[in-house]
Design a protein around this ligand. Structure first.
Ligand code: ASP
Ligand code: MG
Length: 407
């Protein structure tokens, strides 16, 4: 007998019929002799609808009130799920985040989980009940509602799995699992059976959107196996697990594409210690994530510093960069170059094998795709290219590593 935590995302609980179907899955797991905890998201687009509603009332809603509002989405689903289980003849009880002592810091709209009171959950499980928990929400130590960021039910899933030492966290969604590339773009993309936490972390950071990066970090830290699967069929999905030695045989596990990047270039700033620290310190203080930093040192003791940001962050970063240019005495205005994309390949096999970069660059060159910048980590290689060529590039790279074939 094991302990299973199942999570159903918005599409998997979008209407009464789907809620009943999700309830059946929980029952099936229970009837196999497991203790079952279910984490749910808000129904369908409920969270988006609540956000739209708030915007009709107030252009810039206070963050506390926004969280107070958004937390209602999941509260609807937990009660309905408990009712579905009841009507199918099973004992269940629903809890909000606060009711299981899911305490967070007070960063409204992107709160971090600090603790969970597992006692209350275990008590109910031992009475034979299926326990339903609202995803995406918690409370501050003073009892204010908080939310964990969009897609935050995944963080709830993994956190609950970790504190309960679950045997598996099942993430039910509307796709069959994690693919070697986004199947909407790469038609012959293949579902991956098993992938390591590290690879999944890279892929989700690089644009694969199925799982929040934070949820994967948590799963890795507490070594909770995650099984991403489709709520509409019984197929095995993708297992995200600790790395095993035979994973290294696979050179590249997946490819990812991030569109809508903008490169910011700060030109001719003094080339002396502390400049990069100042620039990236101020940008980080504005909560903007940058990557792909390049610095070119000129003959005249100045440097050009470039980096990419998500296009959506441009509004926020412009004032910071403009101010930095003035403060640092940059001789020209900063340059913003939009319409970029980043294509990446990821695989733990890169640690032990060489030639991956060369193969990727050659494939892109053969496809007449110009690489504007390259970044690497131990297990990934990324190329910045023109946005227009993004879809083509990921297909080319996918073909070059024959990712459609089972290895
Ligand atoms: N309902 C929240 C959202 O739509 C949380 C989640 O679905 O994971 O972002
Ligand atoms: Mg949702």
């Amino acid at each position: 007998m094991g302990l299973i935590v199942q999570k159903f995302g918005g599409t998997s609980v979008a209407d009464a019929e789907r809620i009943h179907r999700a309830a059946k899955r929980a029952i099936a797991a229970k009837e196999k002799g497991n203790q079952v905890v279910v984490v749910v998201s808000a129904m369908g687009d409920a969270t988006d609808d609540l956000i739209a509603l708030a915007k009709q009332i107030c252009a810039d809603p206070p963050k506390r009130e926004m969280d107070q509002l958004l937390a209602t989405g999941e509260q609807v689903t937990i009660a309905l799920m408990a009712m579905a289980l009841h009507s199918q003849g099973h004992q269940a009880i629903s809890f909000t985040g606060g009711q299981i002592g899911l305490v967070t810091d007070n960063a409204f709209s992107k709160a971090r989980i600090q603790s969970i009171n597992k006692q209350r959950i275990f008590e109910q499980l031992s009475e034979g009940k299926i326990v339903i928990i609202a995803g995406f929400q918690g409370v501050t130590p003073d009892g204010h509602f908080t939310t964990l960021g969009r897609g935050g039910s995944n963080a709830t899933l993994v956190a609950i799995g970790a504190v309960l030492s679950a045997d598996v966290c099942e993430n039910y969604t509307d796709v069959d699992g994690i693919y070697t590339a986004d199947p909407r773009i790469v038609k012959n993309a293949r579902k991956i059976d098993r992938i390591s936490y590290d690879e999944m972390l890279e892929l989700s950071g690089l644009g694969a959107s199925v799982l929040q990066t934070r949820a994967v970090e948590f799963a890795k830290k507490y070594n909770v196996p995650l099984h991403v699967r489709n709520s509409q069929n019984d197929n095995e999905g993708t297992w995200i697990v600790a790395e095993t030695p035979n994973m290294e045989h696979i050179l590249v596990s997946g490819a990812a594409l991030k569109k809508d990047l903008t490169r910011v270039t700060i030109k001719s700033v003094p080339d002396r210690p502390g400049i990069a620290a100042k620039i990236f310190g101020d940008i980080a203080a504005a909560n903007i994530v940058v990557d792909d930093i390049i610095q070119n040192v000129m003959d005249d003791n100045t440097a050009h510093i470039s980096f990419t940001v998500e296009h959506g962050d441009l509004q926020d970063i412009k004032p910071v960069v403009d101010r930095l240019c003035t403060e640092l005495g940059a001789r020209t205005a900063p340059i913003y170059h939009g319409d970029l994309a980043k294509v990446s390949v990821v695989g733990v096999g890169m640690r032990a094998h060489t030639g991956v970069a060369q193969r990727m660059f050659k494939a892109l060159a053969d496809g007449h795709i110009n690489i504007q910048n390259i970044t690497t980590s131990e297990i990934k290689i990324s190329c910045i290219i023109d946005r227009e060529q993004g879809n083509m590039a990921i297909q080319i790279v996918h073909d070059a590593f024959e990712l459609e074939k089972v290895k």
